[in-house]
Each structure stands twice: as C-alpha cells, then as structure tokens.
Design a protein around this ligand. Sequence first.
Ligand SMILES: [Zn+2]
Length: 269
Amino acid sequence: MPELPEMENCKILLNQKIAGKRITNVIINREKSINVKAAEFLKKVKERKIETVDRRAKHLLLYLDNGYVLLLHLMLGGWMYYGTVKDKPDRSVQIQLSFGRQHLYFIGLRLGYLHLFTKEEVKKELAGLGPEPLAANFTFDTFSDLIENRRGMIKTTLVNQEFLSGIGNRYSDEIAWHAQLLPERTMNDLDSNEKRQLYQSIRFILQQAIQCGGYMDQPLFIGDTKTGGYEANMYVYNRAGEACKRCSALIVKEEISSRKTFYCKGCQR
Ligand SMILES: [Zn+2]
C-alpha cells in the first residue's frame, strides 16, 4: 500500500499536471469507488477546475473551484496514470477524470476510493488522524509527549494512523532499521537517546523516500523518471536473506502482530 512518500510524490507531480485545469469529463465505471450517486458526482465535478492537490496522511485531496474536495485513498493495489487515450495502461479503469485530451485514470481501486465531500465534511473525515511527521510543528518534544505512555511495540505504533499519519508496513521497517532499534521494542521502554534517534529516523527516512520518488512501480505519466526511485534504496523491506547494508548480517522476515516485518538481528537492538 502506498504510504506518505508515495502520496507526497503523487501530489507534487499531479500539481504540475492538473492544478488550474478544468475537468472536461468524468467517467465512473465502478460506483462502489465513490460515495454519492454517479449523477450527483458528475454534476459537482464536471466542468470544475482543480485548484490544488494536497496530501494528508496517505490521502490526496483534490480541491475543486466550487468548494468541493475529492478525497483519494489508493489502499492496496490502487494507482493512477495521467496521459492520452493512446498511452493508457492496458488495465481496467474505475474512474477517469478528463482534462481535454489528457486523462487521469484511477486503476486498481478495489478497496481504494475517490470520495466527494465539502471542505467541512472532509475535515471531519480526517479528524481522527495523528500528526503529520514531516510538519514543521512536529518537533522532538511533540513526539516525546506522544510516546510517553505508549506501551505498544515500535512496529505496531508507527503504523497506527491515530498515533502518527502516513507510515505503513514498509516505512516502519525502514525507520526501525535506520534507528537501529528492534521493531518489537516497546515505545515507553526507549531511553532518551533512542527516542531522539527514532524521531530523527522517522523524518530522515520519509524525506529521503520523497526525494527518491517513493516505491510505486508504475510511472505516473510518460517521461516520469521520478516515481519509484526509492525501491532500489530500501534497507530491509522485501530484502529477507540479503546482507544488511550496515553490518552484513542477513535480513530476516518475521510476523509481528500478524504484520510482515523485516529487520536485522545484527545491528538493531
Ligand atoms: Zn545489520
């Protein structure tokens, strides 16, 4: 499932492509992917301009010029492609937003969705989410307060969206490796140096992943050389049996609270 860096990458690239553009047509092939009747969706979205694309946690928010917002969550297996009919990937498309001859295709939306809300509704919808780990006001002190009474493991706490936004299975492993902490360690058992290291690793790994374009394996458009650049840089995720980049011990894969977890027994404590 795409996490914060992948969605941030999509946000940056989509803003370059569709911000300020008018949606000339809308095609809904799967009504389950939207939250209102198709006719209402069309009425409120067609002919509207995209003001801007924003991100919150693993969601993208497409702000329309009539005060409505399209809230996207790709969930597992969802992705997007932007291009002409000729470039369209040979996959079934659940929703299509057209911008003249260019189209934004939403593909693989089974659990994923594109919901229509007012700004007020979308605020409520996202109200339960924890802070954004890359926000300027997410300081070490904020983080320290958040984890003070946390008895959960690093792995399960980092992926908890009410605790912190945007981190999933993949980046939680990368962060724990970078912080040299075992994913099963409990939060309130960390000493102050470990807490500081964990905080710095959260910021470092997410920022690095964004700079490298995240891990999504499909480009967003023809000539997109940014998307997916982080896959080759993964430290532990999907690298079971390979040598640790820090200590050369073999990376192991284990289930922790029924979540696939990759880590190094050699250098994570
Ligand atoms: Zn190691």
